[in-house]
Design a protein around this ligand. Structure first.
Ligand SMILES: CC(C)(COP(=O)(O)OP(=O)(O)OC[C@H]1O[C@@H](n2cnc3c(N)ncnc32)[C@H](O)[C@@H]1OP(=O)(O)O)[C@@H](O)C(=O)NCCC(=O)NCCS
Length: 161
């Protein structure tokens, strides 16, 4: 497989939209994104491309205090487990670091994946703005993100910038 990791291009937004929302519909591991939300955050997304087709994506969202959150990490099924996800998020972390953020966090069910990227588990209540603005959109429809039923954990990577 010949894979290129790079920033997304404007004509690829429909493919990005499909990849994220299809994963949301099937497994509920990522939040749904509207076309408009993606358009506004386009510069924050990187993609994995194989034979001209988008097979993976990862993006980030800014929060106050020079924090940012990694979002929409998805590899197309059939391309998983080959190390592409790690390469994609490593490339995104380099981009985030170059922009002067202090730390990156995520809410995730993929603990080992983010641990391999250097993230450590932390407390969800460190991110109240995230929780109260985004968790109500969760496709898993759990009453509260602090409910022990919630399968997501918070993970953090402190940057040296
Ligand atoms: C999570 C995901 C992006 C990983 O991408 P990938 O290319 O399959 O992952 P890699 O091959 O780079 O995996 C590297 C390591 O991460 C870990 N890992 C991979 N997928 C994982 C998952 N779903 N949960 C926990 N750990 C995972 C494994 O330890 C793996 O190491 P190994 O190959 O030695 O077993 C991909 O499986 C996916 O799209 N899953 C569905 C969407 C999702 O769950 N996104 C994360 C939401 S925050």
């Amino acid at each position: 497989m010949n894979i290129t990791i790079r920033k997304i291009r404007i004509h690829e937004i429909a493919a990005l939209h499909f990849l994220i929302n299809n994963e949301c519909n099937i497994n509920g591991t990522v939040l749904r994104k509207s076309y408009w939300q993606l358009l506004m955050l386009l510069d924050n997304y990187q993609v994995a491309v194989c034979n001209g087709k988008i097979i993976g994506c990862a993006g980030f969202k800014c929060w106050p205090g020079r924090w940012c959150e990694i979002v929409s990490v998805v590899l197309k099924s059939g391309t998983r487990g080959k190390g592409i996800g790690i390469q994609l998020v490593q490339s995104l972390i380099v981009d985030i670091q170059s922009r002067g953020y202090h730390a990156i966090f995520c809410l995730t069910g993929a603990r080992e994946f983010f641990a391999k990227l250097g993230f450590c588990e932390t407390q969800k209540n460190l991110f109240p703005m995230k929780i109260w603005s985004d968790c109500k959109k969760c496709p898993k429809n759990i009453g509260s993100p602090l409910d022990p039923q919630c399968p997501e954990i918070a993970m953090i990577l402190i940057l040296n910038s």
